[in-house]
Design a protein around this ligand. Structure first.
Ligand SMILES: Nc1nc2c(ncn2[C@@H]2O[C@H](COP(=O)(O)OP(=O)(O)O)[C@@H](O)[C@H]2O)c(=O)[nH]1
Ligand SMILES: [Mg+2]
Length: 216
């Protein structure tokens, strides 16, 4: 029984990776750069996507966002209200986006209209890690309000991300969290090879560095 479950999981992940490669090739065919933005609920993923979108559009880039949520249109509506083209993607029950769901959304988009696709994954620090979507970069966002143990508790998602972001630096003191602890944990996890990008989306601080890290 146990062996069968492991086999099924392997098949699901292998199929996801295959479709992720197809998504990657599809977006490259249209000259698109893309980012999968993962992270906990409330970390600031939607806020960051809107901020990145505003800055990229101000530079003349054509940007759209895909809002991944279990149900509803809240993030999709916020993205659309910011002036960015947005596409909603509800998973129904799943705690993460997968490559097949994203493929269905991409198939409904005129990809020649865009230079950049920003994808907000479902708020979760566990499940999205195993399901690459076919983006150029994967980023994980956590915030100071979640406490100082996020990296220690969720190794996988940080290991599977190219760029790690610590948001809400503006209220770190107010919530009694030392950002250095979180950044030190991340540095240790990456063998000292990578640093975390600290930012405050609210105060518009640290965003340019994130754009550079994501090669946007
Ligand atoms: N103080 C502060 N609040 C923020 C910041 N970024 C986002 N928020 C707030 O945090 C809440 C959750 O943000 P949201 O973007 O919806 O997070 P998501 O669930 O990860 O998409 C909202 O009330 C935002 O206004 C920040 O840099 N500083
Ligand atoms: Mg959101």
């Amino acid at each position: 029984m146990h062996i069968i479950q492991v086999g099924m999981e392997y098949d699901v992940l292998r199929e996801n990776n295959k479709i992720a490669h197809e998504n990657y090739r599809l977006m490259k065919k249209h000259g698109i750069k893309s980012v999968d933005i993962m992270g906990s609920i409330g970390a600031g993923k939607t806020s960051l996507i809107i901020k990145l979108g505003e800055k990229l559009m101000a530079r003349g880039q054509r940007v759209c966002a895909i809002a991944g949520d279990v149900t509803g249109e809240d993030d999709f509506s916020r993205m659309a209200a910011s002036g960015m083209d947005a596409y909603n993607c509800n998973t129904g029950h799943e705690c993460h986006l997968d490559a097949n769901l994203v493929r269905k959304v991409l198939e409904g988009i005129d990809l020649d209209k865009y230079d950049v696709v920003l994808i907000e994954n479902v708020g979760n620090l566990v499940c999205p890690a195993d399901f690459p979507l076919g983006t150029d970069y994967r980023a994980v966002v956590v915030s100071t309000t979640e406490g100082d143990d996020m990296v220690r508790k969720h190794h996988d998602i940080f290991v599977h991300s190219d760029v790690a972001i610590l948001n809400k630096m503006d209220i770190a003191d107010a919530v009694g969290v030392d950002p250095e602890v979180i950044m030190e944990d991340y540095s240790k996890l990456t063998g000292g090879l990578k640093g975390m990008y600290a930012c405050s989306v609210r105060k518009d601080e640290g965003i340019e560095e994130i754009l550079d890290a994501l090669r946007l």
